[in-house]
Design a protein around this ligand. Structure first.
Ligand code: GDP
Ligand code: MG
Length: 397
């Protein structure tokens, strides 16, 4: 989506004069990109009408930068489309918050619970995971595996309804009871973020909603996060509404934004339900998880860069006393030694496409997703070459 829109704007920028035709071509290109990512037709139409209303080519005096005005209008309209006009509950470090995850089976709840816990743990929080999914076989094992990998405490029961009843007489099977026990235990341990993963049984929605209502009533979560798969596109609207009718959904996380998904459709559909999207999942790996904020997101989508996200990454990954120095060096010239240090820092910041797409002028197109590993390997190779250089050589620019 971002690529096509950026290309459309770029093509317009490359044109010698921006006349009615160039402008219309650009808008049509953008429309096509939005429709392709499953954004509702009416939203696309509204956006088109609004931009045409705001940008009146004839009225623009010769001195005005038409490109800038058009790009700004596209930016504003996309922001409007994705902004639910509401914010969500924000947990406070050091104070206990209970966060319950809901969503259909396969939407990515269990994966996302761990990503969410890991995200906060990196910032010095003390999260814990509770598995209240007793429906799917292996649900607890999956959470246990994820939690162990991320070194996060967990609670649950190996019970599952697929096990013959004579075997599970000694196991707890009631999701409500397990959820309460887990939350109680972690409250006693002064954990500041207690995350409850739930079941998402398919084709039994009535029973699922009833279970969610009971778990929520018993654990009294400060925040209920609804997790959905981006590939459902516009259908996100109905799904989000359905969940909101049984539990007090306070925020949404959209997963699998890395696929050739209908990302634009799900994002705009969720905004239409007035639920704030707080994170997006961009891969199966624990670190493929991004804070979602409308303006920086659209900015990156349009290849305009997102310095705030970049600064956040630096904040999280570069030691406090080195941050200023790091930024200064980034903006000065590079000696090889400094470049080596920058590379080292960047590798520790996570997926390179994420880091690069945050810099103005580097759209994520420059770091294609599929080549993550290759790019990583390339940077590592440069570092190995540098390792073998003498100190003398490293000082040269
Ligand atoms: P649950 O049934 O809702 O708990 O879903 P799971 O957490 O078990 O996830 C279902 C599948 O989706 C797993 O194979 C995950 O690895 C995968 N998955 C989850 N989030 C993402 C994501 O952001 N991107 C991709 N590509 N896969 C994801
Ligand atoms: Mg699960």
């Amino acid at each position: 989506l971002g690529g096509s829109i950026t290309r459309a704007l770029q093509q317009m920028t490359n044109a010698t004069v921006i006349d009615e035709k160039v402008f219309n071509d650009c808008l049509n290109e953008i429309n096509r990109a939005l429709l392709q990512s499953d954004v509702q037709f009416k939203l696309v139409q509204d956006m088109h009408t609004n931009i045409k209303k705001i940008v009146n080519l004839q009225d623009l005096a010769a001195g005005h930068d038409k490109r800038k005005i058009i790009q700004q209008a596209v930016f504003n309209e996309l922001c409007k489309m994705l902004d639910p006009g509401k914010s969500s509950f924000v947990p406070k470090k050091g104070k206990t918050s209970v966060v319950m995850f809901v969503g259909l089976q396969g939407s990515g709840k269990t994966t996302t619970c761990t990503k969410y816990a890991h995200y906060y743990q990196k910032k010095g929080w003390k999260p814990a995971l509770v598995c209240a999914d007793t429906f799917r076989a292996g649900a607890f094992d999956q959470l246990k595996q994820n939690a162990t990998k991320a070194k996060i405490p967990f609670y649950g029961s190996n019970y599952c309804i697929a096990v013959p009843s004579f075997l599970y007489s000694y196991m707890e099977s009631d999701p409500v009871k397990i959820a309460v026990e887990g939350v109680e235990r972690f409250k006693e341990e002064n954990r500041d973020l207690i995350i409850v993963d739930t079941s998402g049984r398919h084709k039994q929605e009535a029973a699922l909603f009833e279970e969610m209502r009971q778990v929520s009533e018993a654990t009294k979560p400060d925040l209920v996060i609804f997790v959905m798969d981006s590939s459902i596109g516009q259908a996100a609207f109905d799904q989000a509404q359905a969940f909101k009718q049984s539990v007090a959904v306070g925020a949404v996380i959209i997963t699998k934004m890395d696929g050739h998904a209908k990302g634009g459709g799900s994002l705009s559909a969720v905004a239409a339900t007035k639920s704030p999207v707080i994170f997006i999942g961009t891969g199966e790996h624990m670190d493929e998880f991004e804070v979602f904020e409308v303006k920086p997101f659209v900015s990156r989508l349009l290849g305009m860069g997102d310095l705030s996200g970049f600064v956040d990454k630096i904040h999280d990954n570069v030691p406090m006393d080195k941050q200023l120095e790091f930024l200064q060096k980034l903006s000065e010239g590079f000696t090889l030694r400094i470049m080596y240090q920058q590379f080292q820092n960047m590798l520790s910041m996570g997926p390179m496409s994420q880091v690069f797409s945050m810099l103005p002028g580097f759209s994520s197109e420059l770091m294609p997703k599929g080549q993550e590993k290759e790019n990583h390997a390339k940077v590592k190779r440069y570092m190995t070459i540098m390792d073998s250089m003498t100190n003398e050589g490293m000082r040269d620019r």
